[in-house]
Design a protein around this ligand. Structure first.
Ligand code: ATP
Length: 250
């Protein structure tokens, strides 16, 4: 379900510019909108600035010697450009970073519980864990297993499941298909679709444009730090430039 255009978007990025160090400008005036309940894809080649945008959204730029030099980020209409990373998590932003950083020594269930540390109500934790296992049946059968022994695809599902344990308003996914075989990527895509259908708003950062355009309603293409194209995913899928540059049809 996409917003009807009148509701406040969960995320709005307006004219965002980001710099690393004294002089390396990486994002230039980026505009982007994620309506409530939507899956929005952010595509672009290596080095376009996708991860940098996520860092700017989650308040993690200072840890990478970067800073926002212009523009604003609105979370449910509230400016959060200067909000700390921990406060953004409390306000409902959850990120699955590139590379599936699960706790390898812990069990699947312990990993999920770790995603719910901010949730005080224990009954709620049990309920959300049940919902997470419903969304990821493959994890349910492995709940007592050490996470390090899961396959790459299962670890990605666990990383997403762990982020969902805090019932986020906005789930940010950084290249969930990275390093996974096409068949496993399809499974991950299907699970993200299920997560979106259950009501979570998703910003999906992907180099795999075919995968992202198959499950997103709207997409943005970032090139050299600027939005080069944006629109309904179905329109971008049919765009000859997108096909030539990103879908390997050229
Ligand atoms: P990829 O798909 O390879 O992850 P990306 O689109 O996510 O690429 P970024 O990682 O955001 O791109 O990088 C954008 C640019 O910023 C690149 O030129 C990169 O070298 C540079 N960059 C990233 N992090 C830093 C940093 N901490 N300090 C300086 N430059 C950086």
């Amino acid at each position: 379900m996409v917003g009807d255009g009148s509701a406040t978007p969960v995320l709005e990025v307006r004219g965002l510019s980001v710099r690393y160090g004294p002089a390396l400008t990486v994002l230039r005036g980026v505009d982007l909108e994620v309506p409530a309940g939507a899956i929005v894809a952010l595509l672009g080649p290596n080095g376009a600035g996708k991860t940098t945008l996520l860092r700017a959204l989650t308040g993690l730029l200072p840890f990478h010697h970067g800073r926002v030099t212009g523009g604003e980020v609105l979370l449910e209409g509230d400016p959060v450009r200067r909000t700390s990373a921990s406060a953004l998590v409390r306000r409902g932003m959850a990120q699955v970073m590139e590379g599936r950083r699960i706790f390898a020594e812990l069990t699947v269930e312990e990993n999920l519980r770790a995603g719910a540390v901010t949730v005080r109500d224990r009954r709620r934790v049990v309920a959300v864990m049940g919902e997470t296992f419903e969304m990821f049946p493959q994890l349910a059968g492995r709940r007592g297993d050490q996470a390090g022994y899961l396959s790459g695809g299962e670890q990605q599902m666990l990383a997403i499941g762990r982020a969902l344990m805090s019932s986020p308003k906005l789930l940010l996914l950084d290249e969930p298909s990275l390093g996974l075989a096409p068949r496993i990527t399809e499974q991950i895509a299907e699970r993200i679709r299920v997560v979106g259908a259950a009501g979570t708003t998703v910003l999906l950062v992907e180099q795999n444009a075919a995968m992202a355009l198959a499950i997103a309603e709207t997409a943005y293409v970032l090139q050299a730090g600027q939005v080069a194209m944006s629109g309904p995913a179905a329109v971008l899928r049919d765009d000859s430039d997108v096909q030539r540059l990103y879908l390997g049809d050229g």
